[in-house]
Design a protein around this ligand. Structure first.
Ligand code: 0X9
Ligand code: ZN
Length: 300
């Protein structure tokens, strides 16, 4: 079963995912939406009570970056909460991909704890992996990315060169006209980011709403966990990066509410967040996403 007092390995995550539709047949559908570079299934959970093609959709991706182990854990914790919160499955349809980079996740467990990318072969014989969060086709290859295969931010040979990003794209575009919110879960930095990431100058037409809801999510985390997050665009708060899933969801998918969560911490442990912090940190993500979901329902 699911546990948050330590990190779950790849096989444990998959076993838990496979258990869900058997435990909650009326709420959960599990599909294999695609295959990773090494052939592993890319799982998609669809969570809703009483299917209808008019409910607003909220999409969540987890585990894009291999070493950010807290990300798939946070996605699974959100799923666990949703299954106990009828309001949120009655009024919304959830699409969750908790582990979009399984090959990288396994590599980070077995070979190199700080591995970030997927495990694709590149033009360079000695360097492996594409940064999936630089491989989306929106301002692909611009700021904060690299065309050198040995770089941790390698963009790939072309936009959507990777099966993992293509799979995410295809699911996203399928229901994009009723998708109201998109959340990409990362670590670390304790920040709630909204588009754009590729620029600090342009702003989205709904920037005011994005900023307000981002700040409210920060507030919600603080009242529940007494820990401080910051809200803003990635460009303002950190540096500019391009080809991310978030910017693609906003720029091409035209999804109104797009957020990237950079969970704990602020750098003391960084990517190697101690297991004692899993439960409070995945709760940060839940508090933020629960707020967002209620906001979507209230505006529907
Ligand atoms: O650089 C990234 O891909 C993300 N930071 S991380 O330390 N987790 O690697 C930030 C991405 C920010 N933006 C969006 N996805 N919109
Ligand atoms: Zn990341």
């Amino acid at each position: 079963d699911v546990t948050f007092d330590r990190y779950m390995n790849h096989d444990e995550i998959i076993s838990y995912l496979e258990l869900l539709p058997r435990q909650y047949p009326h709420l959960v559908k599990l599909t294999v939406a695609g295959r990773s570079v090494e052939g592993r299934p890319l799982h998609l959970l669809t969570i809703t009570s009483s299917h209808s093609s008019t409910k607003p959709v909220i999409f969540i991706d987890g585990g894009i970056h291999a070493r950010e182990w807290i990300s798939p854990a946070a996605a699974l914790n959100v799923v666990g909460h949703l299954l106990q919160t009828p309001k949120l499955t009655r009024n919304l349809e959830w699409k969750v991909m908790p582990l979009i980079n399984p090959d990288g996740y396994i590599y980070s467990w077995t070979k190199d704890r700080l591995w970030r990318k997927n495990r694709a072969w590149t033009q360079s014989a000695s360097c492996v992996g594409v940064d999936l969060n630089r491989n989306f086709d929106f301002h692909w290859g611009e700021a904060g990315s690299s065309d050198r295969p040995c770089s941790p931010e390698y963009i790939g040979s072309q936009a959507f060169s990777e099966p993992e990003t293509r799979t995410l794209r295809d699911i996203l575009l399928r229901d994009y006209n009723r998708t109201q919110a998109f959340v990409s879960i990362h670590s670390y930095g304790q920040a709630i980011l909204h588009p754009w990431s590729y620029t600090t100058t342009a702003t989205r037409s709904n920037a005011g709403r994005l900023e307000r809801v981002g700040k409210d999510m920060v507030e919600s985390i603080f009242s529940g966990e007494r820990v401080s997050y910051i809200a803003g665009t990635f460009g303002e708060l950190f540096y500019t990066v391009s080809g991310t899933s978030g910017d693609y969801a906003a720029g091409v998918g035209e999804i109104p509410l797009v957020y990237t969560l950079e969970l704990r911490d602020t750098g003391a442990a960084g990517f190697i967040l101690p297991k004692e912090l899993i439960i409070p940190t995945v709760n940060d993500a839940w508090l933020a996403i629960e707020y967002l979901a209620n906001h979507v329902i209230a505006s529907d």
